[in-house]
Write a protein that binds this ligand. Structure first.
Ligand SMILES: Cc1cccc(C(=O)O)c1OC(=O)C1CC1
Ligand SMILES: [Zn+2]
Length: 311
């Protein structure tokens, strides 16, 4: 009685029905999709034992497991379809998601091997697995790890975080907000790439920075990796959408070119210790490679990094 692929169904955290690839195994069904790379597998951390959430019929009822699984598949497909990348390591590594991690944990993480999602405490966050941009953010940490592997501290760490947000916003493509559908406290989002200052960062109690002169220089948050990421996030937003920022006019080139520039910079030019200035140079180089050294793309990158005070 071997396992075989099936199309299964489930309802997400917010009651939204969805369909996804799973597996029939010994008369049950489990969230193990072997059609993508070496697999996409989702399990309930509270049981811990099973690597999979079992369901007696093809209908899965654990909203977090359904969302984490479906979102991991969407994010796998994004990297495959957009960049020809086969999972986090470009070698089909199994995409593992654990849900119900911790006790009302207000976090999500990539621990070097898997994605983990807390249920949130219902005051700050709803279950974090419900956020497509959350899954894409976490998987993108895995992509960063297998490419530039940016040191998770100071400016390189802020770039690590920014790449996770950039690709998070490219997968969850209808806005430039991060975590907008999992906030339980009435705030617009966790972070905004469009206008970082729309949101107050809780540790500094200051608006997220949208210019290098406003960068956080303290020691909290590994030197502000979730704070100064907003400076590079703003640059990415400007490259794609354009705009006037601190008297610098940026002519946007759209999401399709922007995501290719950042992926090429990340996978070809950045290294573990790259800082914001090196980010600017890598993006200029990538834009030139892809679209020509005198292209609108190169101009947009130069304008955007000047607009956020990075030279
Ligand atoms: C909610 C949260 C807390 C701490 C770290 C992370 C982290 O993954 O860096 C985190 O997840 C996110 O930022 C995802 C995008 C919403
Ligand atoms: Zn992150």
């Amino acid at each position: 009685n071997t396992a075989h692929d099936v199309t299964a169904f489930g309802t997400g955290v917010f009651g939204d029905r969805k369909m996804f690839e799973a597996q029939a195994f010994e008369g049950k069904f489990r969230l193990f999709d072997v059609t993508r790379g070496d697999g996409v597998v989702t399990y309930d951390n509270t049981t811990g034992t099973n690597l999979d959430v079992f369901s007696l019929n093809k209908m899965f009822k654990d909203g977090s497991a359904v969302d984490a699984h479906a979102n991991a598949q969407i994010t796998y497909d994004y990297y495959q379809d957009t960049f020809g990348r086969d999972s986090v390591d470009d070698n089909g590594q199994v995409l593992i998601s654990a849900v119900h991690v911790g006790n009302n944990w207000n976090n999500a993480s990539w621990n070097g091997r898997q994605m983990s999602y807390g249920d949130g405490d219902g005051l700050r966050f709803h279950p974090l697995a419900a956020g497509l941009d959350v899954a894409a953010h976490e998987m993108s940490h895995g992509v960063v790890q297998h490419t530039a592997n940016l040191i998770y501290r100071g400016e390189s760490g802020a770039l690590n975080e920014s790449f996770a947000d950039i690709f998070g916003a490219m997968v969850d493509r209808d806005d430039w907000l991060i975590g907008e559908n999992i906030m339980a406290d009435g705030t617009l989002a966790l972070r905004s790439m469009e206008d970082p200052t729309d949101l107050i960062e809780r540790r500094t109690e200051a608006p997220y920075p949208d210019h290098w002169s406003k960068r956080y220089t303290g020691t909290l948050d590994n030197g502000g990796v979730h704070i100064n990421s907003s400076i590079n996030n703003k640059a990415a937003y400007l490259i794609s959408e354009g705009g006037d920022h601190f008297d610098v006019a940026v002519n946007g080139i759209g999401r399709d070119k922007t995501e290719q520039i950042y992926y090429r910079a990340l996978s070809l030019y950045l290294t573990r210790s790259s800082d914001f200035s090196m980010m600017r140079e890598a993006a200029i180089q990538a834009a030139g490679d892809l679209y020509g050294s005198d292209s609108d793309a190169v101009a947009a990158v130069e304008q955007a990094y000047s607009a956020v005070g990075v030279y």
